[in-house]
Write a protein that binds this ligand. Structure first.
Ligand SMILES: Cc1cc2nc3c(=O)[nH]c(=O)nc-3n(C[C@H](O)[C@H](O)[C@H](O)COP(=O)(O)OP(=O)(O)OC[C@H]3O[C@@H](n4cnc5c(N)ncnc54)[C@H](O)[C@@H]3O)c2cc1C
Length: 466
């Protein structure tokens, strides 16, 4: 039956669109931060060039009950795009390109497989900002961003993908094309169907086109790194900066002392703009369009924070180069594998006011269960998003207690009513912990939606839902 399916796929899409056997390169089976590909045997890779071809693929897969895993740029951090044995990989890499920038409507329409960076650059040429922005911008695809409801660096000002997407086109498991390419900010005509596909990680349909909202392109940025004495002061600084900068604060990144010390003393090429030893470091920036008045406002905000003793020390970037040097600190997690061969990374969220006490409660638990472990904390705290990375010195891939670390951390998180996924999604890595953050009734409704939209369960089976 699988041979018949492959033959029919070749007939409909052409031989070049289907890869099998040794032609399936390792990149289709490799997690972003892994050195090696997974040892799985997918049936084939199918690379459609149009929505009609995606629909044809799914119609055939539905007929033959063939499980499908959808792939974008393969930068996801929850395992959702990695194929299992026998799955058909539906790669959107050839369904790419920017179709339209509508300056009057302030929208950009792109095909699923267009890299985020290409979209950002095209919008910038026309004087617009695409507000979704993350470290993997050069590799991730816009539909992958939407399927995971990606957040990133500018969420505090512009929101996540859910807030940036005005419309989309998606193909259901039976091949039905849902064209919902809305360009209007307001549209309350019935259910907002696009939201079913945003953040559902490819389990309810395959996104083929996206309409993004464009923002005015800022022309200047003010950036500072501040040393802060307590978590309570971190939150007061956040509220102070939001008030004084009239909501224009565009990043509020917090690094705990453990993160700052680790990055500046253990990673090559990093330097410490402020001395180590402060309990917290806050990287904040203001994007605007009038350098002189923005700088004056930013400095006044910082001076007031000093006077109120919310900050103990600060450096303000005086050039683009200095801004980049400050951001290099915050972007350091991509280099953690250089110092830590084994690592458990967490992307969680909690109400902003409780993040400090959560971290204080977590540390002794980890120390007790994993003596000698090294832990760093950092995150987009203005978005209630905390990242935690844990390493156990001397451990190897075979001995690293990743599952036990997850049980420990997620167990505490459940007590705090936090979320096991702030922005990376559930995929397969966090599927067993979904019930820590969602009620049985919520999960039952998710299953009802899944059964209605994909009755044979062929789309990304085993992802997200337990
Ligand atoms: C260095 C780095 C930094 C990152 N920083 C951030 C960050 O700041 N904020 C953040 O939110 N995330 C971040 N991420 C993770 C983020 O989720 C991904 O980078 C990105 O959004 C996924 O896009 P992708 O095209 O690579 O999708 P993939 O990894 O290919 O897929 C991810 C999921 O989406 C599904 N999917 C992909 N394409 C489609 C489609 N067309 N239709 C339906 N489903 C689809 C897949 O099946 C899978 O479940 C980061 C990742 C890296 C490697």
């Amino acid at each position: 039956m699988t041979q018949t399916l492959l033959n029919e796929l070749r007939q409909q899409l052409g031989d070049a669109a289907i890869l099998t056997g040794v032609d399936i390169e390792a990149r289709y089976r490799k997690a972003y931060f892994s050195a090696e590909a997974e040892n799985t045997r997918p049936l084939a890779v199918v690379r459609p060039r149009s929505t009609d071809e995606v629909a044809a693929v799914l119609r055939l897969c539905q007929r033959y009950r063939q499980p499908v895993v959808t792939q974008g740029g393969m930068t996801g951090l929850s395992g959702g795009a990695l194929p299992a044995d026998g799955e058909l990989i539906l790669s959107l890499e050839r369904l790419c390109g920017i179709e339209e920038i509508d300056s009057m409507a302030g929208t950009l329409t792109a095909l699923a497989g267009t890299p985020l960076q290409e979209i950002q650059e095209a919008a910038a040429e026309k004087g617009f900002l695409v507000a979704i922005d993350l470290g993997a911008r050069g590799s991730c695809h816009i539909a992958g961003n939407v399927a995971t409801n990606a957040g990133g660096n500018r969420v505090i000002r512009y929101g996540m993908a859910r807030q940036q997407v005005l419309g989309l086109e998606a193909v259901l498991a039976d091949g039905t094309v849902i064209s919902s390419l809305n360009k209007m900010l307001k549209n309350n005509a019935g259910f907002d169907l696009k939201q079913l596909f945003i953040g559902s990680e490819g389990t309810l349909g395959v996104i083929t086109r996206v309409v993004l909202k464009l923002e005015p392109l800022p022309s200047c940025v003010q950036t500072a790194l501040c040393a802060v004495a307590s978590y309570a002061d971190v939150v007061k600084l956040l509220r102070h900066a939001q008030r004084r900068l009239s909501g224009r604060i565009s990043a509020f990144e917090v690094m705990w002392s453990d993160f700052y010390t680790f990055v500046t003393t253990r990673l090559p090429g990093q330097r410490a703009p402020l001395p180590v030893g402060s309990p917290f470091y806050v990287l904040l920036d203001l994007q605007g369009s009038d350098a002189a008045s923005d700088a004056a406002l930013f400095e006044m905000m910082l001076e007031e924070a000093f006077t109120a003793e919310l900050i103990q020390d600060a450096v303000v970037a005086a050039s683009d180069k200095e801004t980049q040097a400050l951001w290099k600190l915050r972007d350091a997690p991509g280099e953690f594998p250089l110092a830590w061969p084994t690592i458990a990374s967490f992307d969680i969220s909690l109400p902003i006011g409780r993040i400090g006490e959560f971290v204080e409660a977590l540390r002794p638990r980890l120390d007790a269960e994993f003596p000698g472990c090294e832990v760093v904390h950092f995150g987009h705290i203005g978005d209630s998003n905390l990242h935690v990375c844990v390493h156990v010195p001397g451990s190897t891939d075979a001995t690293f207690p990743e599952h036990a670390i997850k049980d420990c951390l997620y167990g505490l998180l459940r007590d705090y009513a936090g979320s096991v996924s702030a922005e990376h999604g559930i995929g397969t890595y966090k599927r067993d912990y979904l019930a820590y953050s969602r009620s049985p009734e919520e999960i039952a409704l998710m299953h009802t939606l899944k059964a209605a939209m994909d009755p044979q369960g062929i789309l990304n089976p085993g992802r997200v839902l337990p």
